[in-house]
Design a protein around this ligand. Structure first.
Ligand SMILES: Cc1cc2nc3c(=O)[nH]c(=O)nc-3n(C[C@H](O)[C@H](O)[C@H](O)COP(=O)(O)OP(=O)(O)OC[C@H]3O[C@@H](n4cnc5c(N)ncnc54)[C@H](O)[C@@H]3O)c2cc1C
Length: 362
């Protein structure tokens, strides 16, 4: 078969592979994108919630101000190019559970740097549609990416621009790394970037990533007569989808990669919501996927020094939708211009002596 020369091969078209493909396409790179396109992969299930606040101890997320509020402009630009709507900035109404909860959030919202993220809602302020006996907080920069719509429209766009898609599982035996290029079947490229999410556990070069998978359930609910101007959140959250539909979630089954859907998880979640959502709730859909969470909770980018043409993009955990807006453009610059990857996310941290996850090849 005749050899086809391209720039890069991307294995895995979840949010990592798809956003990187868009960024590389923008930089005039010719691509082959390989994926099995299974239904319940992490990005196909994900809620796409964006929030600069971690509720536990009311902290800012990692790289908060590198990502927020820029993440909205990032996706709005892609909306213009792809001619689709998928990004929504929606304030989050955090309902306080008890007085100590109220105290923590209040204290934090008065700290420097939190003023553009949070706004206190006093108990007596009664303009919100749910009862808040302990008051609440407004998470001003929260929102949602419709991940499925973003990925589907990106794939259509990339195909229409002549980028090549292959619907198959990557056959690792056919990845042949040479000093100056890589062959995969009849393709010759500068490198392969593995963006396989939880699938990386089977990758011969990158299964060294310290995965700590967490499976999660996500529900679509029908809730009538609830004002769709907010994402509502106690511990669990509901996001307006339009009409009477709401996205609800999500569960965390830590250190667990079981993809089976259990009714008891649906019942448990419903019970939790009924404690604070007074309107009747009907379950319309229930999905489950495995998040590619890792020990240390930082992504992995770059290539191993002993396999310089085989790259990885993984470890996005439960924050893929926001993290890619910051890392995919940087990664594309790294691949096309040689701009260095920041140390915190460099795969080679696994090989540094003294690293918690030092890897010894024998
Ligand atoms: C229930 C749930 C709720 C979530 N909610 C949110 C949220 O609200 N906000 C948020 O930011 N994130 C959320 N996430 C997490 C987010 O989805 C992940 O961070 C993100 O999906 C990771 O994307 P990825 O591209 O790295 O991996 P994936 O989405 O898993 O994509 C990997 C792709 O690689 C393909 N692949 C794997 N191995 C191979 C192979 N050998 N050959 C070919 N193809 C292969 C797979 O088919 C898949 O398409 C949620 C996840 C779950 C499960």
């Amino acid at each position: 078969m005749e050899e086809t020369t391209i720039d890069y091969i991307i294995v895995g078209a979840g949010i990592a592979g798809t956003s990187l493909a868009l960024e590389l396409h923008k930089r005039n790179q010719k691509l082959l994108i390989v994926d099995e396109f299974k239904k319940n992969t992490s990005s196909r299930v994900a809620a796409g919630m964006l929030s600069p606040i971690v509720p536990r101890n009311v902290q800012k997320t990692w790289k908060c101000f590198d990502i927020f509020p820029n993440v909205y402009d990032y996706y709005r630009e892609w909306e213009d190019t792809l001619n689709e709507k998928f990004i929504y900035q929606i304030p989050g109404l955090q309902i306080h559970k008890n007085s100590s909860h109220t105290k923590n959030w209040r204290k934090r919202s008065r700290e420097r740097g939190f003023d553009i993220l949070l706004k206190d809602i006093p108990r007596e302020e009664n303009i919100y549609p749910l009862k808040m006996p302990f008051g609440g907080s407004l998470n001003l920069l929260s929102g949602r990416l419709d991940v499925q719509n973003f990925m589907n429209s990106a794939h259509l766009f990339l195909k229409s621009k002549g980028q090549i898609f292959k619907n198959e599982a990557c056959n690792y035996n056919q990845v042949i790394e040479q000093p100056n290029y890589v062959n995969y079947q009849n393709y010759k490229a500068k490198g392969v970037i593995f963006c396989e999410g939880y699938g990386v556990r089977k990758n011969p070069w990158y299964s060294i990533i310290p995965l700590n998978p967490s499976s999660g359930d996500l529900f679509t609910y029908e809730i009538k007569d609830l004002d769709p101007s907010y994402i509502y959140k106690m511990k669990e959250w509901i996001i307006p989808l339009g009409g009477d539909k709401w996205l609800a979630g999500s569960t965390y089954h830590f250190e667990n990669d079981d993809e089976t859907i259990y009714n008891e998880d649906a019942e448990k979640m419903l019970k939790q919501f009924k404690e604070w959502v007074k309107q009747p709730i009907k379950i319309i859909d229930h999905k489950k996927g495995v998040r590619p969470t890792v020990h240390g909770r930082r992504p992995f980018l770059g290539s191993r020094k002993d396999h310089p043409r085989l790259f990885v993009y993984n470890g996005l955990g439960s924050k893929g939708s926001s993290l890619v807006s910051f890392f995919s453009p940087q990664y594309a610059e790294h691949l096309t211009e040689g701009i260095e990857i920041i140390e915190e996310v460099d795969i080679n941290r696994l090989f540094t002596s003294g690293s918690e996850h030092t890897y010894q090849e024998n």
